[in-house]
Ligand binder design. Structure first.
Ligand SMILES: Nc1ncnc2c1ncn2[C@@H]1O[C@H](COP(=O)(O)OP(=O)(O)OP(=O)(O)O)[C@@H](O)[C@H]1O
Ligand SMILES: [Mg+2]
Length: 229
């Protein structure tokens, strides 16, 4: 099993008032799955993805990644584990404005002490893979929303993650671009067996995933697997 969550709760304090964002979430994710997390605004989707991506920690419960207890790790161990295995795509892309598409994709590779030549090759290959070969030298403000999202996907993929987590990856995109992004993700899922877990409000994406999880008030209301469309 790639990922095992048990009885995850998360309580935020809003001033002095506790807000229960997650209220006992347990789930298993296998290698190669393609999963959408749906649910109303405030149901806990981002909180859950942040916990799985080790960006946030739960109040109680356990998270195992390939059998290892993530919460028992030191910060350094967590970072090492995340760098090799989890790619996170943020809703707002989080691209560095003064860097080109290529440099944005290279940046986390250089943090991992990859040589500049190797990082450049890897970044270039990944950008070509998402159809951005003509745009590698463009800065984010010279790219469309869909192109920026593809840079963010390339940045996550260049690190060869087993699991890609994306918080509303198509929220800011028009229908045609959303479908292109979904096609890229499905293609990577099929060909490279990369596991995808993403939140969405978009019914057109929901139709094409292999598994849908519905969250409501911080609990999983339903979890359905279906044959791929
Ligand atoms: N940092 C925070 N401090 C306090 N409360 C928070 C914090 N982050 C989230 N919450 C609360 O936790 C609950 C779940 O929020 P979350 O962002 O996970 O929802 P979501 O399903 O991603 O919503 P959306 O679809 O609007 O993105 C909400 O009630 C939210 O107000
Ligand atoms: Mg959210």
């Amino acid at each position: 099993m790639l990922l095992e969550l048990r009885e995850i709760t998360k309580t935020y304090l809003l001033g002095e008032i506790p807000v229960k964002a997650l209220n006992g979430v347990s789930l298993d994710i296998d290698k190669g799955e393609f999963i959408a997390i749906c649910g109303p605004s405030g149901s806990g989707k981002s909180t859950l993805l942040n916990i799985i991506g080790t960006i946030d920690t739960p109040s109680t419960g356990s998270v195992r990644y390939a059998g290892q207890d993530i919460l028992a790790m030191t910060d350094d161990e967590q970072t090492a584990m995340r760098n090799g295995t989890i790619g996170f795509i943020f809703q707002t892309f989080n691209l560095v404005p003064v860097l080109s598409a290529l440099e944005n994709v290279m940046l986390p590779l250089s943090f991992r002490k990859m040589s500049a030549v190797a990082a450049r090759d890897k970044a270039m290959g990944t950008l070509v893979g998402v159809g951005l070969e003509k745009f590698v030298n463009h800065r984010p403000n010279k790219l469309s929303g869909g192109q920026r999202q593809r840079v963010a996907i390339a940045r996550a993929l260049a690190q060869e993650p087993a699991l890609v987590i994306a918080d509303e990856p198509t929220a800011n995109l028009d229908t045609a671009t959303s479908m292109q992004i979904l096609d890229i993700m499905l293609d990577l899922n099929t060909k490279q067996k990369i596991t995808f877990l993403f939140s969405t409000h978009d019914p057109r994406l929901i139709d094409r995933v292999k598994r849908i999880m519905w969250l409501q008030d911080g609990v999983i209301k339903s979890d359905q697997r279906k044959s791929a469309a």
